[in-house]
Design a protein around this ligand. Structure first.
Ligand code: DP6
Length: 327
């Protein structure tokens, strides 16, 4: 029997910043999250991935930033591709070439854009034609936050109760609100406990049930604030939700302390500047770097102020971005 012809397919996807955080899974293997989350894609920052399935290969070959990848990262990519192979009912390995235009350790979670771009490129390369929901569900299996990098603009990931209804969708297009994310890099060293390990610890914190008790109200408040472009309400709920997540992290066993003293300096200053009337707020992911969200007309002023703070090594600037696309 003649083996099927496979096309070479490329896709681009953007990382995202969560306003309401995903922390902890109800089902770790399926990456079914404990709660719904909300985010914005980050334009200008991207992962580009090219995939070609090849019947002559005896294993997947993954090249990232020009280097052949082996070990646990290759295993994670291969087991993600196994899912695509099983959907397509084809047992063929692939060449994957991927590159980010932002450095590792920039305080920008790269697994979101990585698995969103891979889901789109690999599903097309193997001949599947998945719709946005199916792609978001698929990307979720690689990295939870990747589900949110499939749709464009401002995005909600509904937790759902099963694999079938845990996917993300756009609540507003990228041009809905002129928000800017100023990512303040305080430390670019690799974190010791990554988010996958962190999610597994969330249930060991006595504060996780308290975080979860009102998280849906925060999702609803944040969605409303975005839709109504109500910065005050948005700022209050975004900071509260980030603080809840870090309280859970700090009280899990073992505890996860991601912040540096400089993290607190940025958070403290942003709070004070908001009291002065500048529409800015902060959120922190699983690392020390701070994402400062500001209305675009104040971005220049805010960037200058942040650059003066002790410990701020570099600032990346991103606006609301599109969803994943073929390229
Ligand atoms: C703190 O999606 O990176 O950034 O599913 O294990 O890949 P895995 O975790 P990941 O977790 C993101 C955690 C977070 C909050 C968020 O983005 O919602």
């Amino acid at each position: 029997m003649k083996s099927p012809e496979f096309k070479t397919i490329s896709a681009v996807a953007h990382p995202n910043i969560a306003f309401i955080k995903y922390w902890g899974n109800r089902d770790q293997a399926l990456r079914l999250p404990c709660n719904s989350s909300l985010s914005m894609n980050l334009s200008g920052l991207e992962t580009r991935t090219t995939v070609r399935f090849d019947p002559h290969l005896t294993r997947d070959v993954f090249v990232f930033s020009g280097e052949v990848v082996v070990g646990p990262v290759l295993e994670r990519v291969s087991s993600f591709l196994d899912r695509i192979r099983s959907l397509a009912k084809l047992n063929v390995y692939a060449h994957i070439i991927s590159r980010n235009n932002f450095p590792a350790g920039a305080g920008i979670a790269s697994s979101a854009s990585a698995f969103a771009a891979l889901a789109l490129a690999a599903s097309h390369a193997i001949g599947l034609d998945l719709n946005e929901q199916e792609l978001s569900r698929l990307a979720r299996r690689g990295s939870g936050s990747a589900s949110r990098s499939i749709p464009g603009g401002f995005v909600e990931w509904q937790a759902g109760i099963s694999d079938a209804d845990s996917f993300a969708f756009s609540i507003a297009p990228a041009n809905h609100w002129d928000l800017v994310d100023l990512v303040c890099v305080l430390d670019s060293a690799h974190k010791t406990v990554g988010s996958t390990g962190g999610h597994a610890l969330a249930d060991s914190s006595p504060l996780q049930p308290i975080r979860l008790a009102h998280v849906q109200e925060r999702v609803d408040q944040c969605r409303k604030a975005i839709l109504e472009r109500d910065f005050e309400s948005f700022a209050q709920v975004v900071e509260e939700d980030s603080n809840f997540m870090h309280a859970v992290m700090r009280t899990s066993t073992p505890p996860l302390h991601y912040w540096l003293p400089e993290t607190e300096i940025v958070l403290w200053n942003v709070l004070n500047w908001r009291k002065e009337g500048i529409p800015a707020c902060s959120t922190v992911d699983a690392g020390p770097n701070v994402h400062v969200l500001v209305l675009s007309e104040y971005a220049f002023e805010m960037e200058n102020r942040l650059a003066e703070l002790s410990g701020v090594q570099k600032i990346f600037k991103a606006s609301p971005g599109p969803g994943a696309s073929l390229c």
